[in-house]
Design a protein around this ligand. Structure first.
Ligand code: COA
Ligand code: ZN
Length: 303
């Protein structure tokens, strides 16, 4: 039996938050449905953040309510603070993704908090979530390099990971928010984390800013990481991190995993249809190299 890897599509959040075209909640749901239809059953559907800060994510409560009409799946929503937690809980979300930071500069720019303040808020959220029966994924942003403060000490990321895995997060995700990491750094950090904690509750999140997205996925895979964030059609980028471009594309990651013999549960043909939908809805599709090759290749398989 092939070993499984989870691909968590963050396109409906990371992908859409920074698009010039703002989608209606129904259009966002249509995209989520397309991704789910392709067999991706882990999807970050939106965020509960200030609509002034990120107008594209207004109405995530409507998106969350609409998930009822979709096949069951691991649907999650990003939160930046306690208020976000409360909004997500009230909207019926059962997995929240709380953001931690590798740097002071990014924490300030993104949520107007200090790095340690975000850690402390996350501890409070974990306590509340335990009582409410909600799972918490912790994602540490700018885990390799910060656009404001420069390189991040891997020791700091390792310390934060140890603390929150011990506190009971469902998963700890290392995020290269601006796509500045190289495979050597990824290998070292992920090996270190896997050696200390096992891979079961770890994950990685890469952006393809300088074409190292898939190389970084590969490096993390070699360390034993079996959970990756990716974004349909390579959409994405943080509005508060200068230089951040799209996430590594879901179709690229799934193609890589399938070629390496991993099971993903994803139907590539349907995934390409979701990618086309993402392009149509947003009018932009910055990333994704696999599609141009896969389309004729899949057509040939059928003929
Ligand atoms: N969702 C919706 N509204 C929120 C909120 C949340 N999670 N947290 C705070 N607010 C509201 C407050 O109620 C307040 O509303 P008001 O102006 O109507 O009174 C307003 O936002 C300001 O609240 P304050 O606590 O002073 O926050 P701030 O101005 O320091 O901004 C954030 C902090 C976190 C609200 C804002 O920076 C934000 O939403 N950032 C998200 C960034 C993001 O999504 N980045 C990309 C993903 S990592
Ligand atoms: Zn991201």
């Amino acid at each position: 039996m092939a070993e499984s890897v989870i691909v968590n599509d963050v396109g409906p959040r990371d992908g859409l938050q920074n698009q010039p075209r703002i989608l209606e909640p129904q259009q966002r749901l249509q995209l989520i449905a397309g991704i789910r239809e392709a067999g991706v059953d882990s999807i970050e559907v939106g965020s509960f953040v200030s609509p002034k800060a990120v107008p594209a994510m207004a109405g995530t409560d409507i998106v969350a309510a609409g998930l009822q009409g979709l096949p069951a799946g691991h649907y999650s929503a990003l939160i930046p603070n306690l208020r976000g937690y409360e909004l997500a809980r009230d909207a019926g979300v059962n997995t929240v993704v709380m953001v931690l930071y590798g740097s002071e500069g990014m924490a300030r720019k993104n949520v107007n908090m200090g790095r340690e303040e975000a850690d402390a808020v996350t501890e409070t959220i974990l306590q509340r979530a335990r009582e409410d029966g909600i799972a918490v994924i912790a994602t540490i942003g700018v885990a390799f390099e910060c656009p404001f403060d420069g390189p991040v000490d891997p020791g700091l990321v390792a310390d934060v990971a140890a603390r929150f895995l011990q506190l009971g997060v469902a998963r700890f995700v290392v995020a290269d928010t601006i796509g500045a990491a190289n495979p050597q750094q990824v290998r070292e950090l992920t090996r270190r984390l896997v050696a200390s904690h096992g891979a079961q509750r770890l994950g990685c999140h890469f952006h393809d800013t300088r074409a190292l997205g898939l190389a970084n996925v590969y490096a993390a895979l070699e360390s034993g990481i079996r959970y990756f964030d990716a974004s349909i059609a390579g959409l994405g980028g943080c509005p508060f991190a200068p230089g951040a471009s799209g996430n590594v594309a879901t179709e690229d990651v799934v193609m890589l995993l399938q070629q390496l013999g991993f099971a993903t549960g994803v139907d590539l043909e349907k995934l390409l249809a979701a990618s086309d939908l993402a392009e149509t809805l947003t009018g932009t599709a910055p990333g994704g190299r696999a599609k141009a090759w896969l389309k004729p290749w899949l057509a040939k398989q059928h003929s």
